[in-house]
Design a protein around this ligand. Structure first.
Ligand code: ZN
Length: 203
């Protein structure tokens, strides 16, 4: 979770840029309130200006169970791998890392022609569940990729949803997604990460 001291380092302009980034990715108002220091009123005005409509109302997703279902688990795992790589390889703020990791997730998904299963708000929630120690990731014993699991359900011989695929899954798409958690593509992924990190984090 972002600390107030970290947030105060960013000035108002940077805060607006950050909020705009989240709004562009269709984040809910609660996400904006949590990740920026801007007032609710200011955020609503900004949202309306960018999206030409009021922010959606309603409850945020609060259950960890959604992340455990087959397809969401694969998408969540992809996102959290991107997010954790960013956090480990740089000293950027958690808020900025969430936004960047989500942009990367979205562009990868688009490139692969896969449906965007994980929303910005869900991705944010996922990070908060990791912060709270409710969810964690564990390596698959077969492909060695890291996958999201319940912390209290850590099992010794975990096999991911791609290696142990339900019959309804489309094999071609799954093979492509699998490349992300596979060592073969880690070079490409780290190239991409360094590209992103060399850019101004808020652009
Ligand atoms: Zn696996």
């Amino acid at each position: 979770m972002s600390t107030p001291s970290k947030k105060s380092v960013l000035n108002d302009v940077a805060q607006i840029e950050l909020a705009k980034g989240f709004i562009d990715m269709d984040a809910r108002l609660q996400v904006l309130e949590s990740e920026t220091t801007l007032s609710r009123e200011k955020l609503i005005r900004l949202y309306k200006e960018i999206k030409k409509k009021s922010p959606p109302k309603g409850m945020l997703p609060f259950s960890t169970d959604w992340f455990m279902t087959w397809q969401p688990n694969i998408h969540s795992s992809l996102f959290i791998n991107l997010y954790q790589s960013l956090i480990k390889s740089s000293d950027i703020d958690e808020s900025v890392a969430i936004l960047h990791a989500y942009r990367m997730y979205r562009s990868e998904i688009l490139n692969l022609g896969l449906p965007e299963v994980l929303s910005m708000t869900r991705a944010w929630r996922l990070v908060k569940f990791f912060d709270a120690g409710m969810l964690t990731s564990t390596p698959c014993t077969t492909c060695h990729g890291q996958f999201v699991v319940h912390t209290f359900e850590l099992v010794k011989d975990y096999e991911c949803g791609l290696c142990n695929m339900p019959s309804r899954a489309g094999k071609t798409n799954q093979a492509r997604v699998h490349a992300f958690t596979n060592d073969e593509l880690s070079g490409d992924l780290s190239d991409e990460l360094s590209d992103v990190l060399n850019q101004d984090v808020l652009v």
